[in-house]
Design a protein around this ligand. Structure first.
Ligand code: PLP
Length: 393
């Protein structure tokens, strides 16, 4: 960062700040409370009790049973574990249904299945509409007798678009197909009630909801056939070997308790800040377009394309003011590839390249939104003044 000491953090879909209360809850488990939760002695037992309390808090946030919670190292591990478990439990089924807009944790796993398992799989990647939403009938039609699992994200990390997971899980259930949802971006931002939504597997990542990096959860509904991904000790009732990441698990428990308390604020205060930012940018900057459905969207996310400018260049200029966000293009091997999510939505090339994702949290305030609204028009105007695409449009 250059030119400023102020950080305006609007990149919460990438990662979040560890909440001060979470850090405070974790600290003793790095120092005096270092016992192994599996040990027979009282010293380890009190750590085991804290892990079990954390499990309860996480279960409460999604209205599940604590026994249905398996701790993992991240959202990616949870996604892999769910999909591979469903395939291993039904070796005769080799078809998977997913969408074109999944996170690489699901997308790249699905495209690697043949080399990973030595068996041929068929993957149906469902298209999305231009506003990022999905057609339920098309989903239903894609399910076959051979389908082992459908894996559909609850909310999209780039656009925030929310999929109708309750309806999709019910459709999958009625067809006898296991249903996994990557809820990494949804948990803590919108209410989730697994007593109502019959998913078999659900993935959570700690660092997206103000817990530390390196801890995740896989929810597995009771009686769902399960094959562990990490085989080793008896931890997690034999469902995931390896000594627990105790401090982070306890941090995640605290983060889920805070998330439950902040859910209303996410959907009122954070939503109002996001709306102000979004409306302001669209009003103040010509050729700015919103990517994603207007309302079926996470309350914290606004993905906006500034036509005829490069996202990465916009980010660099924002960085000079300490404003942190993400672009919809990733710089891979020297070529700027527009995001697979925006491409799936059919966003034109000239807009996809200039897309910026602003993702807010309960730690943002109105002053920050006003500051971003003050700086963005100048940044875009300066870049456009240098853009041959803008001149010749
Ligand atoms: N799924 C979604 C929707 C995500 O946004 C992310 C992270 O960006 C992941 C999965 C991966 O989570 P983790 O970083 O914990 O592996």
């Amino acid at each position: 960062m250059s030119g400023t000491d102020r950080v305006i953090y609007m990149d919460n879909n990438a990662t979040t700040m560890v909440a001060p209360e979470v850090l405070e809850t974790m600290l003793p488990y790095f120092s005096e409370l270092y016992g192994n939760p599996s040990s027979m002695h009282t010293f380890g037992g009190q750590v085991g009790k804290a892990v079990s309390d954390a499990r309860g808090r996480i279960a409460e946030l999604i209205n599940a049973d604590p026994e249905e919670i398996i701790f993992t190292s991240c959202g990616t591990e949870s996604d892999s574990t769910a999909i591979l478990a469903a395939l291993q439990a039904q070796p005769e089924k080799r078809h998977i249904v997913t969408t074109r807009v999944e996170h690489p944790a699901v997308k790249n796993l699905c495209s690697s299945l043949d080399s990973l398992t030595g068996h041929k799989h068929r993957v149906t990647e469902l298209p999305v509409e231009s506003d990022g939403t999905i057609d339920l009938q098309r989903f239903e039609d894609s399910l076959e007798d051979e389908t082992a699992i459908a894996s559909v994200m609850w909310a999209n990390n780039e656009t925030g678009v929310i999929f109708p997971i309750e309806e999709m899980a019910k459709i999958a259930k009625s067809r006898g197909v296991f249903f996994h949802t990557d809820a990494v971006q949804a948990v803590g931002k919108i209410p989730i009630d697994l007593a109502r939504v019959p998913v078999d597997f659900l993935s959570i990542s700690g660092h997206k909801l103000h817990a530390p990096k390196g801890v995740g959860v896989l929810y597995v509904r009771k009686r769902t056939p399960f094959v562990p991904f990490l085989i080793g000790g008896h931890q997690e009732h034999g469902r995931r070997g390896g000594t627990e990441n105790v401090a982070s698990i306890i941090g995640l428990g605290k983060a889920c308790e805070l998330a439950a308390r902040h859910l209303v604020k996410e959907n009122t205060t954070v939503r109002a800040l996001r709306d102000k930012l979004e409306k302001g940018l669209l009003a103040k900057i010509p050729n700015a377009l919103l990517n994603g459905h207007k309302t079926a969207r996470l309350p914290n996310t606004a993905n906006i394309s500034f036509e005829y400018v490069e996202g990465e260049a916009i980010l660099l200029h924002m960085d000079r003011y300490g404003i942190c966000a993400s672009s919809g293009s990733a710089c891979t091997s020297g070529s700027l590839e527009p995001s697979h999510v925006l491409r799936a939505m059919g966003v034109p090339f000239t807009a996809a390249h200039g897309s910026i994702r602003y993702s807010l949290s309960v730690y943002n305030n109105e002053d920050e939104v006003d500051f971003v609204l003050e700086k963005m028009p100048g940044i875009i105007a300066n870049l456009r003044a240098m853009s041959p695409f803008w001149q010749s449009r």
